[in-house]
Ligand binder design. Structure first.
Ligand code: HEM
Length: 153
């Protein structure tokens, strides 16, 4: 093999290695799916809202938050909550509602009501057969907003 042939062969080898690196790099780039994707998108978040709402409304500790709520107000709360959770779980939504502290401050939600809410949310996630990891991630995410929802003593 002469010098030219050797160089050609080396170039070909380098190109092959380059391509292989590129392909494996592309594979490596496929990032872990967001919680939004793992849950099943906005439809599933809406289904969570629709399931946990009646559980909360049927709980004597929480019923007062739903009494006298018009269907329009409920629809608006649903839309804003789905947007909020879509955004927070890594989905493609923009939240257009009020800051959580402002929306909930007037409600004076206490610790016992917060605990009751978490219990219902856990039961909803089980009922909808949300996977263990997604359930854990969702409860952790929601927990981050406790200080914006529960009234400080
Ligand atoms: C004990 C727990 C909770 C109760 C009783 C509760 C109750 C309510 C009520 C009654 C409203 C309607 C307020 C209105 O129409 O002015 C509301 C709005 C809302 N809630 Fe909650 N909530 C709770 C926890 C949470 C959590 C954990 C989140 C999110 C992580 C959340 C997100 C929202 C959003 C996004 C709105 C809409 C705000 C807006 O329209 O600007 N809530 N909530």
């Amino acid at each position: 093999m002469n010098r030219k042939q050797t160089l050609t062969l080396m170039c070909a080898l380098l190109m092959l290695i380059g391509q292989a690196t590129l392909v494996s790099g592309q594979k490596g780039e496929s990032k872990t799916p967001s919680l939004y994707e793992r849950l099943g998108g906005s439809d599933k978040i809406g289904a969570i809202f629709d399931d946990v709402g009646p559980r909360m409304a049927a709980d004597p500790l929480l019923a007062k938050f739903f009494q006298g709520q018009s269907p329009e107000a409920l629809t608006s709360q649903r839309n804003r909550t789905v947007e909020f959770l879509c955004h927070e779980t890594g989905g493609p939504c923009e939240y257009t509602g009020q800051p959580l502290k402002k929306a909930h401050g007037v409600l004076h939600i206490n610790e016992a009501q917060w605990k009751a809410f978490l219990k219902h949310l856990g039961e909803t996630l089980d009922h909808l057969k949300i996977g263990d990891k997604e359930k854990h991630d969702m409860l952790t995410l929601v927990g981050h907003f406790k200080s914006e929802v529960v009234e400080k003593k």
